[in-house]
Ligand binder design. Structure first.
Ligand SMILES: Cc1cc2nc3c(=O)[nH]c(=O)nc-3n(C[C@H](O)[C@H](O)[C@H](O)COP(=O)(O)OP(=O)(O)OC[C@H]3O[C@@H](n4cnc5c(N)ncnc54)[C@H](O)[C@@H]3O)c2cc1C
Length: 415
């Protein structure tokens, strides 16, 4: 069924009895052409583009919890494509362009809000490097502008712009097309559209091992039995290296907790996303009015989706250094997700050393913005056997060849 104002009107006239579940919950079949491990945004988008772009509909997405319950449903929803290297700019801007048409494509309102993303400059050195960054983005054909202090203030009036500020603001750097989208809606929209095209989404089903035929993989062992597959893809973010170990290879991925928090809601106060490279803290305001706050990683390997008090305290201190008036707000919720960090802060999308087994991981702290492109490019290699051109630079073998795409500076927060 299509969602539309007419469907809403019909619902209003019939006590909303005609709505159907957004996706089906079938029993797993004995075998599929493709099995995807992980129903986060990347796994679900991969399933959708397999069916939509390549006509591959014998696909199961296997999720050990509930769909979107991993990092996709825990992130701070920032979308941007202000990366430094051509390879990254290309894939992240492709993703942003897909996001721009996604509500219409999926017939699901993902609440895209292109309110802009401002990175603050706290020193002359910051301004120098930002002007280089802006020029690089222009060379990639991506929107970007340098702002002076008054222009930053006009976009974020609650910022402390006084010379007494702990980190004085000299100006900033804006990507106007950047912004936010509703994270759950992205997962739900892809799930609904994939399910409509024939994909099976199987929740509460953990992958516990891989079925091997000699060197290759021919299926997965799960808590609901064995499921055969011609090709298997892992899209499990912070649990990628656990799954790789089950399959018998090592990944250069370290799993850390990354936390976020929201305050009580208030009236519209901040109409852009603001990040301070000095504190690593970034803030935006949700459509409900909450201040959504994120910061640096808990820098010790962990699988606990909580985050430590010390990092929470330093994130709040950084927030108050930027926005002193927020000290009156109550914090409502705090949580964490387990992110998959690699040395060059760039993703891995493509085949693994095990024939028949593919992977999409390494997005670390910044893979929400990449969900459409991550799904698109993984679907491409699964369907055709060839890497998508946008994923060519992001192969696992770069960790042996040394051809890194080192985006540590542009990845947004410290890792
Ligand atoms: C606090 C926080 C803030 C963030 N902020 C941003 C941001 O503002 N912008 C941005 O672009 N990115 C951000 N990110 C990063 C972004 O959330 C992730 O990169 C992205 O959501 C990863 O999506 P995914 O589909 O790969 O993983 P996930 O959404 O984590 O999905 C992986 C799924 O795999 C499942 N799984 C794991 N093991 C198994 C198994 N054995 N069997 C079956 N299923 C399994 C998990 O249950 C999970 O549902 C943030 C992350 C966090 C934690």
């Amino acid at each position: 069924m299509r969602y539309s104002s007419l469907a809403l009107l019909r619902g209003a006239l019939t006590s909303h009895r005609h709505w159907q579940p957004a996706w089906t919950s079938p029993e797993p079949r004995p075998a599929y052409d493709v099995v995807i491990v992980g129903a986060g945004g990347h796994g679900l988008a991969t399933a959708y583009y397999l069916a939509k772009n390549h006509g591959v509909t014998s696909v199961a997405v296997i999720e050990r919890g509930w769909l979107g319950g991993g990092n996709t449903g825990r992130n701070t929803t920032v979308l941007r494509s202000n990366y430094l290297f051509r390879e990254s700019a290309r894939i992240y801007d492709f993703s942003l362009k897909l996001y721009e048409g996604l509500s219409r494509e999926l017939n699901f309102n993902i609440m895209l809000s292109q309110r802009g993303h401002v990175m603050l400059a706290h020193s002359r050195h910051d301004l120098e490097s930002m002007s280089r960054w802006v020029n690089t983005m222009h060379m990639h054909g991506i929107d970007a502008a340098l702002l002076n202090r008054e222009e930053v203030g006009a976009r974020a009036p609650a910022l402390d712009l006084s010379p007494r500020a702990r980190l004085p603001v000299l100006g900033g750097f804006l990507q106007p097309r950047a912004g936010t989208a509703r994270h759950d809606a992205v997962a739900w929209g892809y799930a609904r559209a994939a399910s409509r095209l024939g994909v099976d989404i199987i929740q509460e089903c953990e992958v516990t091992g891989f079925v091997r035929n000699g060197a290759g993989v021919t299926g997965v062992e799960t808590t609901r039995g064995r499921i055969g597959a011609e090709r298997v893809a892992i899209a499990a973010a912070g649990h990628s290296s656990v799954l790789a170990q089950l399959a018998g290879f090592r990944l250069p991925v370290t799993s850390y907790a990354l936390q976020a928090m929201v305050t009580e809601p208030l009236k519209p106060r901040l109409d852009t996303v603001v990040i301070s490279p000095g504190t690593g803290v970034y803030v935006s305001q949700s459509d409900k009015g909450e201040m959504v706050i994120g910061g640096s990683l808990d820098l010790f390997a962990s699988y606990a989706q909580r985050g430590s008090f010390a990092v929470m305290q330093s994130v709040i201190a950084g927030t108050l250094a930027m926005f002193p008036s927020f000290s009156r707000l109550r914090l409502m919720r705090q949580w964490a997700g387990i992110v998959d960090v690699v040395h060059d802060s760039s993703p891995i999308i493509g085949p693994t050393p095990i024939p028949g087994l593919y992977i999409n991981c390494g997005w670390g702290t910044g893979g929400f913005k990449a969900i459409p492109a991550g799904g698109w490019t993984l679907a491409h290699v699964l369907a055709t056997g060839r890497n998508h051109e946008f994923a060519e630079a992001f192969q696992l073998e770069r960790f042996t060849s040394g051809r890194f795409v080192d985006e540590a500076a542009a990845a947004g927060i410290a890792h």
